[in-house]
Design a protein. Structure first.
Lengths: 181, 567
């Protein structure tokens, strides 16, 4: 059964690695729903968060292929209930619509969004949340015509107290010691 | 300590530091500084000028496979680099350790569509184990050391290093140290004792164990351990195309070849065994046939160095992560002495059936004409199973794999996973350069020969004493066989009008002979093998012979057919 999975991969910060990672999906004709690459808590280590909709068997194999890349330290996958995650969305509406009544203001309050910038012509609103939430807000706001809309990829952290990578790195150091024999 | 030298010199010195003695390549604009540096080291580093970059990479592959060392090839930017791609893909899928060095346009020109610029790093990404572009001269020693370490360790594979031309001129303080570890790369995972114990118990319990020998045995040099395990537990073993020669052909527990054109016994017994042990192999679809009808009755043990291979195709009941040699060393002491006489007899009975129906007529043709199998048998007999056999792809490849006999490991060089026609001739060049002490015989079809026949020039220039046997049926034989069996004999573009191969060889200054009668075959083989130097033997074989047995596509291994189905 297909389900939304969040793949997390830690890697060295190396040019071209993003490409190496994404071709693993392309080759298997798996669409990437969203992708975020950022610094992790450990210096020099990048963190990929990739969201896909696949079966568990598929995601397992994809993760193994990612981990096989020389510059990837560790990769694993989690379902949505194993992580805390957030996305951010930006909406542009005309300022005329905003001042034409109090409904947009009510929507902003109801959805816990906030206004980032108001100019003579347009107003930019920001909302963070899960994609269903940012989508709900879009649907309601769109009654006043959303001129532009953009949503980020997922950023996620696990429910465990420390970044898993530190454990992995410790284990890895032990393995490397064995190799050095 | 550190010496001030330029980037080109640093590349050459790095190769020497890695113990490289032979390289294959083709010069061109963006790699000229490296070739200039090479000129001063040509005594230490023997460079073979191939006639095409594809020839250089296949030669490097042949070298690597016959020696177990890293093969090295050099090409220029743009078309030079793109011509390597087929060979790189071949090396990737067949786990062959190769380091490719390509020139690149100067770094300020990157991304400008400069003359002979191609994004070879981007292009080769899906087919390299690792690749890297050097735009900073200081990186050279470290990157070169990493390249060799990555190429040969764990599951080996191709590495491409792209060197911008300005870097080749720039200077650095050169100091070299070999790479022994990379933080993000664990080539060998520590072996899990629990997995070993479970595996040993399963083997000790099995009534009908069957072991599949993959190339992992050869790569990890586990040939002795393999024999020890097989003999101690009395397990029959068959080999994949690339696992061929890991176990001597005449070993009593060697039951033959797996897969689509493999032997009858190994295929049908796969669906009768109670324990199937995959050792350093990857359950390729040419081995498994229809997956849903593959060894369903058996417990599966998979001993494999690459974690991504475990459970990829066949779910393992007993996964054992580790290279074949390390695993077997730990496993053997836990194995009880055993005997499976009756089970092994089943393989012998199956062989008798196959011998009567297929093999006899394949290797002893009575009608005066020549079969591919007979040519292979005679060549094998004349060299007492001590030659290195190189093949191209197609019917001759299957026939050579089936009928060439081996006493020594690393003796079969063939393109397995990718099935690259044109592989044979250049790979033979590499194998012979790597093993000048051994006779190298290449079996090549008339089709495949014409894909890379320009390498005859390389053979002539370097006087490489390879024995090239063209098995000529004036057809793209394997495709024709499929057209006959599955496309109602509609021979769509498979018939070839060939050049005069003898005149061609003579034009290159290579001694040649053509055989059309069965009665001349032995004498011609003798002449070829005894000849001091390269030799081309054209053997005109029966035009429409088929390779049997065969597991038709989509069929189960137990549905293997021994002859053409009656219409």
């Amino acid at each position: 059964m297909k389900k939304e999975y969040n793949i997390t991969a830690y890697s060295e910060n190396h040019i071209g690695l993003l490409n190496r990672v994404t071709i693993i999906f392309t080759r298997r004709k798996v669409n990437i729903e969203s992708l975020t690459v950022s610094a992790s808590a450990i210096k020099g280590v990048s963190k990929f968060t990739i969201v896909v909709e696949v079966t568990e068997e598929q995601v397992k194999k994809i993760v193994q292929q990612i981990e096989k890349q020389v510059e990837v330290l560790k990769a694993y996958y989690l379902s949505n209930d194993e992580i805390i995650y957030q996305e951010v969305a930006l909406y542009k509406v005309s300022t005329e619509a905003l001042i034409g009544g109090d409904q947009i203001e009510k929507l902003v309050r109801k959805h816990n969004a906030r206004i980032l910038e108001i100019t003579k012509d347009y107003t930019v609103i920001e909302k963070t949340g899960h994609s269903e939430e940012t989508q709900d807000f879009f649907n309601e706001l769109n009654e006043f015509k959303v001129l532009q809309f953009v949503r980020s990829g997922k950023v996620a952290i696990t429910r465990s107290p420390i970044e898993r990578l530190s454990e992995f790195l410790k284990k890895r150091d032990e393995m490397l010691k064995v190799l050095d024999k | 300590m550190a010496e001030r030298i330029n980037g080109s010199e640093a590349i050459i010195r790095s190769l020497i530091e890695e113990g490289v003695e032979t390289i294959f390549g083709y010069p061109g604009g963006a790699i000229m500084p490296v070739y200039d540096a090479l000129y001063d080291h040509r005594e230490t580093l023997h460079h073979i000028l191939t006639r095409h970059e594809q020839g250089a990479i296949h030669a490097a592959q042949g070298f690597a496979r016959a020696t177990g060392k890293v093969g090295v090839c050099i090409a220029t930017s743009g078309p030079g680099a793109t011509n390597l791609v087929t060979g790189i893909a071949d090396a990737m899928i067949d786990s062959t350790a190769v380091v490719c060095i390509t020139g690149q346009v100067s770094s300020p020109l990157l991304g400008t569509d400069a003359f002979q610029e191609s994004d070879i790093v981007g292009m080769s990404m899906p087919v390299t184990k690792w690749n890297h572009q050097i735009t900073n001269v200081e990186e050279i020693p470290e990157v070169m050391a990493k390249a060799f370490y990555i190429a040969r360790s764990g599951r080996p594979g191709p590495v491409l290093i792209d060197v911008a031309k300005d870097v080749q001129f720039a200077e650095l303080d050169f100091e070299y140290s070999k790479c022994t570890a990379i933080r993000s790369y664990i080539p060998y995972f520590p072996i899990d004792n629990k997995q070993i114990e479970d595996a040993a118990e399963a083997i000790n319990k099995a009534k009908k164990p069957f072991l599949l020998i993959g190339q992992g045995v050869i790569i990890s040099q586990a040939e002795d351990e393999l024999r020890e395990l097989l003999e101690k537990a009395d397990i029959p073993a068959a080999w994949t195309l690339l696992g061929n020669s890991a176990l001597p052909s005449n070993h009593p527990l060697n039951v033959g070849m797996l897969g689509m054109h493999g032997n009858y016994g190994p295929n049908i017994k796969t669906n009768e065994c109670d324990l199937l042990i995959g050792l350093g192999m990857r359950f390729d679809d040419r081995v498994t046939g229809k997956l849903t009808a593959y060894a369903r009755q058996a417990k599966i043990m998979h001993i494999e160095v690459d974690p991504s291979e475990i459970d990829k195709i066949v779910k393992a009941d007993y996964p054992v992560l580790g290279d074949a040699k390390s695993v077997l060393k730990k496993l053997i002491p836990l194995i009880e002495k055993n005997s499976h006489k009756e089970w092994i007899q089943g393989f012998k009975d199956a062989y008798e059936i196959e011998y009567e129906k297929v093999i006899k007529n394949d290797i002893y043709r009575e009608n005066g004409k020549i079969s591919m199998g007979e040519a292979v048998r005679i060549a094998s007999e004349k060299t007492n199973g001590n030659a290195i056999c190189v093949t191209d792809v197609g019917q001759q490849q299957m026939i050579a794999s089936r009928y060439f006999k081996f006493n020594q490991t690393k003796s079969m060089v063939t393109s397995g996973g990718l099935g690259t026609m044109g592989f044979g001739l250049p790979a033979a060049v590499g194998a012979q350069m790597g093993r000048p002490d051994r006779t190298v015989i290449a079996f090549i079809g008339d089709g495949g020969f014409q894909m890379t026949m320009q390498e005859m020039g390389t053979i002539a220039q370097e006087k490489i004493p390879v024995k090239v046997v063209i098995l000529n049926n004036n057809f793209l034989g394997m495709v024709r066989q499929w057209q006959e069996l599955f496309f109602e004999k509609r021979y769509s573009f498979t018939e070839l009008i060939n050049p005069d191969f003898i005149k061609l060889a003579e034009a290159f200054g290579i001694k040649a002979r053509k055989v059309t009668e069965n009665s001349e075959l032995e004498d011609a083989m003798d002449e070829m093998i005894k000849h001091d130097g390269p030799f081309l033997l054209e053997v005109v074989v029966e035009k429409e012979d088929n390779v049997f047995p065969m597991v038709p596509t989509g069929a189960s291994v137990s549905e293997i057919i021994l002859e053409k189905p009656k219409a």
